[in-house]
Design a protein around this ligand. Structure first.
Ligand SMILES: NC(=O)c1ccc[n+]([C@@H]2O[C@H](COP(=O)([O-])OP(=O)(O)OC[C@H]3O[C@@H](n4cnc5c(N)ncnc54)[C@H](O)[C@@H]3O)[C@@H](O)[C@H]2O)c1
Length: 295
């Protein structure tokens, strides 16, 4: 089978690391990686090419499109939640305008090659928003299309980009007189807060969870930045045992894509983190985190 050419943006980040290692293990793809920040040697060695650049740079993306026939795009580059709340205009530029640039690249490739190009987009449970705790408790488990009323810049960006993705997949150039061959197969997954054993987080709302674990593994004290009762109130789920890379790969090959949701109550998540932290604290060996949190 001919190797597929896969573009990964945000390749130096938490998910990028896991995904690149997972794809490289399979050994059948050419990985083109792109990130604002250069990668360490071990990650770079796993890629066909590692480009340091900005997804806002349309000239760079045009050069990529001219040089390669892409099969799949994993668009991971983003400004995460806390950073987006602090710098909303920058968040819009990176999360929305940047995603639009990648969607344009993807649809352009599909039309040029006259075939289907897959576009994988990690969205977030930040797309949900409920007005208060009572409503949240009453709502219990929410469905994919319920309570999509985000209250953060990041959540708004993510929800809008899911819809942009659907537009590019189903309605792009719908007024054209003639249908063009080749289209974008856009798939989004709504992830909860994720934990990586290999990289430390950079500006997510749920960073306290990985920070706790990394501190426990390193044997250093950690002062958590959220109130003790917050985990209950947030009803946030963390499924550290799932492999994120695997999930993205599953989303890539699923026949009927659905937005993925892993629900676990705040209390369960807290208990899990406690058990993991205790285990890591006992062993004081950071590598053990990999059992819990391999991406
Ligand atoms: N980590 C989580 O808990 C979580 C949960 C849900 C969804 N997601 C989504 O998954 C994706 C990857 O998240 P992550 O945890 O790996 O984040 P991360 O912050 O570790 O990585 C993001 C990467 O994007 C790069 N980047 C930022 N702006 C860029 C730009 N303009 N051009 C090129 N690269 C740029 C950064 O340098 C960074 O390496 C993001 O879209 C994020 O919103 C993450």
């Amino acid at each position: 089978m001919a190797p597929r050419t896969i573009l990964i943006t945000g390749a130096s980040g938490e998910i990028g690391h896991g995904l690149i290692h997972r794809l490289a293990e399979q050994g059948r793809d050419r990985i083109l990686a792109l990130d604002l920040h250069a990668a360490e040697d071990a990650l770079r060695a796993r890629c066909y090419r590692f480009l340091t650049g900005d997804i806002a740079d349309t000239a760079l993306l045009e050069n990529l499109a001219a040089a390669y026939d892409l099969d799949v795009i994993y668009h991971l580059a983003a400004l995460l939640s806390t950073k987006s709340e602090r710098q909303p205009r920058l968040a819009h530029r990176v999360n929305v305008d940047g995603t639009l640039n990648l969607l344009e690249l993807g649809v352009g490739q599909a039309r040029q090659q006259q075939r289907e190009i897959k576009f994988l987009y990690p969205s977030s449970i930040a797309v949900y928003g409920l007005p208060d705790l009572q409503t949240k408790r009453r709502a219990a488990k929410v469905k994919e299309d319920e309570w999509c009323e985000p209250r953060t810049m990041y959540g708004i960006n993510k929800l809008y980009c899911e819809r942009l993705g659907r537009y590019y997949a189903r309605y792009y150039r719908q007024l054209d007189a003639q249908e063009t061959a080749g289209h974008l197969d856009f798939r989004g997954l709504r992830f909860p807060g994720l934990i990586s054993a290999f990289t430390v987080p950079t500006g997510g709302t749920s960073d306290y969870a990985p920070e706790m674990l990394h501190a426990a593994a390193a044997g250093t004290p950690y002062a958590c930045f959220v109130r003790a009762r917050t985990a209950d109130a947030r009803d946030v789920q963390h499924r550290q045992f799932q492999s994120v890379g695997q999930r993205l790969l599953r989303a890539h090959s699923a026949r009927i894509p659905r937005v993925a949701r892993d629900l676990r109550t705040g209390r369960e998540a807290t208990e899990h983190r406690g058990q993991l932290a205790a285990r890591c604290g006992r062993r004081r060996r950071p590598r053990r985190l990999g059992v819990a949190a391999r991406l």
